[in-house]
Design a protein around this ligand. Sequence first.
Ligand SMILES: [Zn+2]
Length: 103
Amino acid sequence: MPLTLENAAVIGDELALCFADGFEAYLPLPLLRRACPCAACNGEPDALGRVVRPHVQHGSNAFELVKFEPVGGYGLQFFWADGHSSGIYAFSYLQKLAELPPP
Ligand SMILES: [Zn+2]
């Protein structure tokens, strides 16, 4: 049974996600950006912020989310204010991020 996203909205500096199975996630935008799964941000396959990443410089507007779009029914693509948009976040990845203990 594939994950289905019912609703997504930016509330303050968090992304609120509501999945069809009842799972709700509130992801701070800086966490979301730092967890960007694209090849430029994430040298290691694992990630979730636990791994030392390549040297990624985040500008002052790197954590501002301009918009997001669904991708192929399995994930979301985020467009950040500094022009970065190569990361595609699978729903399962977003759920994993939401389940991480706070730092
Ligand atoms: Zn990235």
